[in-house]
Design a binder for this molecule. Structure first.
Ligand SMILES: *[C@@H]1O[C@H](CO)[C@@H](O)[C@H](O)[C@H]1NC(C)=O
Ligand SMILES: *[C@@H]1O[C@H](CO)[C@@H](O)[C@H](O)[C@H]1NC(C)=O
Ligand SMILES: *[C@@H]1O[C@H](CO)[C@@H](O)[C@H](O)[C@H]1NC(C)=O
Ligand SMILES: *[C@@H]1O[C@H](CO)[C@@H](O)[C@H](O)[C@H]1NC(C)=O
Ligand SMILES: *[C@@H]1O[C@H](CO)[C@@H](O)[C@H](O)[C@H]1NC(C)=O
Ligand SMILES: *[C@@H]1O[C@H](CO)[C@@H](O)[C@H](O)[C@H]1NC(C)=O
Ligand SMILES: *[C@@H]1O[C@H](CO)[C@@H](O)[C@H](O)[C@H]1NC(C)=O
Ligand SMILES: *[C@@H]1O[C@H](CO)[C@@H](O)[C@H](O)[C@H]1NC(C)=O
Ligand SMILES: *[C@@H]1O[C@H](CO)[C@@H](O)[C@H](O)[C@H]1NC(C)=O
Length: 894
């Protein structure tokens, strides 16, 4: 098992420079492929990961790409000593690929050190309070001596809050760069000794969540006593081949990491994905692995992330911060015009004409002073407003529409002589630098604007102080989140997997997190995602290892899951009385202190009752009392909302958009072998659970039910086991959406089907990738694909029609004679979703197909289907279409 991990890091790097490597590199997937869900992954043509019988692993790319990569995988697997072979997925980078330097000066942050809240020995940092890290810090637990290995985009370890160095005695003490700046997922990785990166911010942000040291913006590292390792697997742009990311995880394991933190992956729902399997083995080898479950919440149920869904891996879901941080230019507000005592900092963004050194009273444009009852108007102000606003900072709501921001500013300048305008955003979000105008210009946040308007309304006077952009400090502010504090983020991806495994595992705080960023890009930034929740989870593991004196992944996950706080459902607007489904929150919000001190240990972290076909009527769990006294437990049941996967007027059978339809009042009933049980000190007892799924539900719409088995102990401990089940048959789920999977003209933005035998005229193909520089853009044939359930194998192949059959060579793949495969396909372990893929006339295998009549054959294996058995696939043929090549267009490239 461990041997597999040992070889992979080295062989993984052979991907693009070993013998037998395709000289031209990997052809990209056709431009125009639209991934409607965030972080989808597709696979790298001709590249494989193989596992040998002795459980060593290797990855390589074949020089001649076979017509059928999956059957190639089968052929590789049939070589003696090769146990399994998988094609390699490409994983999307988790962050924005380009950074820009902030407009303001960031060198003055020390000046605000004494007025902005900062790290204290008494940790009151809101993400820490939410998960009880504050209590562990206050007890002196910091993750001392624990090594946390991060697999990410690299880190700016020169950052002062990250120690300013790499190696022994620094914050980032180990790790390496597996790829180099220029790696984009398809070219040759160039490893380097230090995992430094300043061209991208994600890894620096993640690192600060675990290890930030004293800093002027008030953030606190969650495991400041731990050593951090960074394994850089992303270059400055592009994606990462799953084999390279796997090599990073393997190397982090080999280098002795006690915990791994991976904020990467894509929506999938397949535990069999090789990356998921690798992480499962690392967990089996004794190292807890925390992985972001993904930010595909809007796609509804069954979007569990890969590799987060590996068995035993901790798939992390995200909860919103209770204090919303902002980072930007610092100004000051006071109720007293002359004194600086009582002055409070606030954060704003300067416009192109920044605000100068100035202190002026604040005047707010509100419905009281506009004639149309708005917060920003292009009509003259009423008599409540001073005729001359030049002596004020004018607070105006940022608006779009006919009377937009710039028009309002011009209007106020012209009519009321306004000189200094501060916008406040009309929605939650980060203030950004507005464009230039004849006046000093800035923008602050919605929360800040509302707070000031309320204060002015209550009769207070407010004076704002600004410094010119050369001297204004950068800094942070934290404002109470009035909307969704500690609620589950709607972006967080939902489980379960396609085989009804419980997913996600647990939640931590990942929504609106201020952390470190490359110094030149401002030094600090706010970001949101399960990417941010994951390093907090990894930190909790480090703290628990120190507090409990064990590193066993199962013991720690069970303790965390059983002590987590169950959260109510939040649909983006309303907080419900009912609990959020386990498929969204896992065990709930981690409670690190309770997990560190739990004396009752349960034998499981969760229970799946599977689907109707594979229903687990009866199961059991064990209670172990490690305390010094006998404890009596009262066993109970707390159901969550039941949600339908499909339905609610959604197109075809495709998932309903978030929030999915709720099956009101539908809950499973659970019967226990005992309702009360006394377990002596040091003793154990087993409880049997018999489940009855909710009745009267429409199984076609695949309801997912869940809840918590609760244990209230006389010792004062309250514990719970999350469970879930699926009503309906996952094996029989329709996969191909019969309303889609047809030919369109994507380049002219028409998503309706083209008539049968439509003729696409395109340049002679030289690549599988569109040539975007052609003018006009050629009318490439494109296919609109949609699968409503995940598929262990999704393939799209070109077949010849009529006379064209005589002009092409074909290969029989799964019972069909195909000319070649659509670039980017087949996709093993495909997520549900939709794709638009254009065909240039060159197949995945590099064959330029002759002019003629064709169809695409779309095939997807059923959830439990055998990918070698044609009968286990659903299939559809698109309309026949003609392809003709226009020789002159190829020459007009600009
Ligand atoms: C930390 O601060 C909280 C809130 O102000 C207070 O209740 C608690 O006693 C403090 N703890 C320590 C260890 O100072
Ligand atoms: C603005 O104020 C700062 C700090 O007091 C000072 O250093 C700077 O010179 C001032 N700028 C101008 C243009 O007066
Ligand atoms: C605006 O109008 C409201 C309600 O009429 C009033 O309570 C408030 O004091 C007014 N604010 C100002 C600044 O005039
Ligand atoms: C559900 O049952 C199927 C078929 O036996 C099995 O492959 C799958 O692993 C089961 N799911 C869980 C979560 O146990
Ligand atoms: C970014 O990093 C590169 C080395 O990778 C270094 O040469 C460059 O100076 C850095 N840029 C800044 C602004 O720190
Ligand atoms: C990433 O890009 C999005 C969209 O452009 C933007 O809203 C967001 O603030 C960016 N995040 C960071 C951390 O720069
Ligand atoms: C169950 O759901 C399917 C799919 O939405 C629908 O066609 C069918 O009418 C529903 N059945 C009942 C009894 O409501
Ligand atoms: C029993 O435990 C559950 C799960 O932790 C908890 O939600 C509930 O409030 C507890 N009940 C009592 C009466 O303490
Ligand atoms: C499309 O072309 C094929 C082959 O030339 C022919 O068999 C078929 O009838 C045509 N379909 C339509 C709708 O014209």
């Amino acid at each position: 098992m461990v041997a597999y991990l040992r070889l992979l890091p080295f062989l993984g790097l052979l991907l693009a420079d070993g013998p037998g490597v395709a000289a031209q590199g990997i052809q990209g997937v056709s431009k125009g492929q639209k991934w409607t869900k965030e972080s989808q992954s597709f696979f790298v043509p001709g590249a494989y990961i193989v596992e040998f019988e002795d459980e060593n692993g290797a990855s390589f790319q074949l020089s001649s790409i076979s017509l059928d990569p999956l059957s190639t995988a089968a052929r590789i697997a049939s070589v003696p000593s090769v146990k399994q072979a998988w094609p390699i997925h490409l994983l999307k980078r988790p962050d924005n690929s380009t950074l820009t330097a902030p407009s303001g000066d960031s060198s003055h942050s020390d000046e605000v050190a004494n007025i902005i809240r900062r790290a204290k020995s008494n940790d009151t940092y809101s993400p820490h309070v939410a998960v009880q890290i504050d209590k562990l810090h206050n007890a002196g637990i910091t993750g001392k001596g624990i090594k946390i290995g991060i697999i990410d985009t690299g880190v700016d370890f020169n950052h002062p809050a990250l120690g300013g160095c790499f190696g022994k005695g620094c914050v980032v003490t180990y790790g390496k760069d597996l790829v180099g700046d220029n790696y984009d997922g398809t070219n040759t990785p160039v490893p380097g000794p230090e995992p430094y990166a300043n061209c991208t911010g994600h890894g620096t942000h993640v690192t600060g969540i675990i290890g930030a040291r004293s800093n002027p913006v008030g953030i606190i590292g969650a495991a400041p006593g731990a050593e951090i390792g960074m394994y850089r697997v992303f270059g400055c742009t592009g994606d990462v081949g799953a084999d390279v990311a796997m090599a990073g995880a393997s190397q982090a394991f080999e280098d002795g990491s006690d915990v791994l933190s991976l904020s990467l992956g894509g929506a999938s729902g397949w535990t069999e994905d090789p990356f998921s399997v690798l992480l499962q083995r690392i967990v089996d080898a004794g190292v807890p692995v925390a992985v972001a479950n993904g930010n595909s919440g809007s796609a509804g149920l069954f979007t569990a992330g890969t590799p987060a869904n590996g068995k035993g891996v901790t798939a992390v879901s995200s909860v919103e911060n209770s204090m919303t941080p902002y980072y930007g230019t610092v100004g000051y507000v006071n109720t007293d015009k002359t004194s600086t005592t009582g002055q409070l900092p606030f954060v704003y963004a300067n416009g192109e004409n920044p605000l100068p050194n100035i202190t002026l009273p604040l005047f707010a444009i509100t419905p009281n002073v506009t004639t149309d009852g708005t917060f920003a108007s292009c009509n003259p102000l009423n008599s409540n407003a001073p005729a001359d606003l030049s002596g004020y900072i004018v607070l105006v709501q940022y608006t779009l529409g006919p009377c937009d921001t710039w028009t309002v500013a011009e209007f106020l300048a012209k009519n009321n002589n306004a000189k200094y305008i501060l916008y406040w955003l009309d929605a939650p979000g980060h203030a950004y630098a507005p464009g230039s105008d004849a006046v000093g210009f800035g923008m602050t946040t919605q929360l800040q604007g509302q707070i000031w308007i309320d204060q002015l309304d209550s009769g207070k006077d407010l004076y704002l102080t600004f410094f010119d952009s050369a001297s204004a400090p950068q800094g942070s502010s934290f404002l109470p989140n009035p909307t969704n504090p500690n609620a589950i983020d709607t972006f967080t991806s939902w489980g379960p997997t396609w085989q009804a495994d419980v997913n996600p595992s647990i939640s931590t705080v990942g929504g609106s997190i201020l952390s470190t960023y490359p110094v030149w890009a401002g030094g600090y930034a706010v970001d949101s995602g399960t990417s941010m929740a994951t390093p907090l989870m990894a930190s909790i593991y480090a703290l628990l290892m120190e507090a409990r004196g064990t590193k066993d992944p199962k013991t720690l996950l069970n303790a965390l899951s059983s002590t987590a706080l169950q959260l109510p459902f939040y649909d983006g607007t309303t907080l419900y009385n009912e609990l959020a489904p386990v498929a969204q929150q896992g065990g709930g919000l981690a409670q690190a202190y309770d997990a560190a001190h739990a004396t009752t240990l349960l034998s499981v972290s969760s229970i799946s009752f599977n689907d109707t076909d594979n229903f687990v009527k009866k199961t059991s769990f064990a209670i172990k009392n490690t305390g010094k006294k006998s404890v009596t437990y009262t066993i109970g049941h707390n159901p969550t909302l039941t949600m339908y996967t499909f339905g609610n007027g959604s197109t075809g059978h495709y998932s309903a958009p978030f929030p999915n339809p709720i099956a009101d009042g539908a809950a499973a009933s659970l019967a226990f072998s005992q309702k009360k049980i006394t377990v002596p000190a040091g003793g154990s007892a087993a409880i049997t659970v018999v489940a009855t799924p909710p009745h009267g539900l429409n199984a076609t719409e695949v309801p997912v039910y869940s809840g918590f088995i609760t244990l209230n102990a006389t010792s004062g401990e309250n514990l719970a086991i999350p469970y879930l089940g699926v009503v309906g048959s996952l094996a029989k789920l329709p996969v191909l959406d019969t309303n889609f999977n047809y030919m369109i003209r994507e380049t002219v933005f028409v998503l309706d089907p083209v008539p049968a035998n439509y003729t696409y005229i395109v340049p002679v193909p030289t690549s599988t990738v569109w040539n975007e520089t052609l003018v006009p853009l050629p009318d490439y044939p494109a296919i609109l694909l949609q699968i409503d359930a995940g598929s262990p194998l999704f393939r799209v192949d070109l077949v010849a029609v009529g006379d064209t059959k005589a002009k092409v060579n074909t290969t029989n793949v799964l019972g069909a004679d195909i000319v070649g495969t659509l670039p980017g396909f087949p996709i093993p372990f495909a997520p549900k979703g939709e794709w638009i893929v254009a065909y240039t006339g060159m197949t995945q295998e590099g064959i330029a197909t002759p002019a003629g009549t064709y169809q695409f054959l779309v095939r997807a294996a059923k959830v439990y289907g055998d990918v070698k058995n044609p009968n286990d696939f659903e299939s559809m043929l698109t309309q026949p279409f003609n392809m003709a090549y226009n020789w002159t267009a190829a020459a007009t490239s600009t």
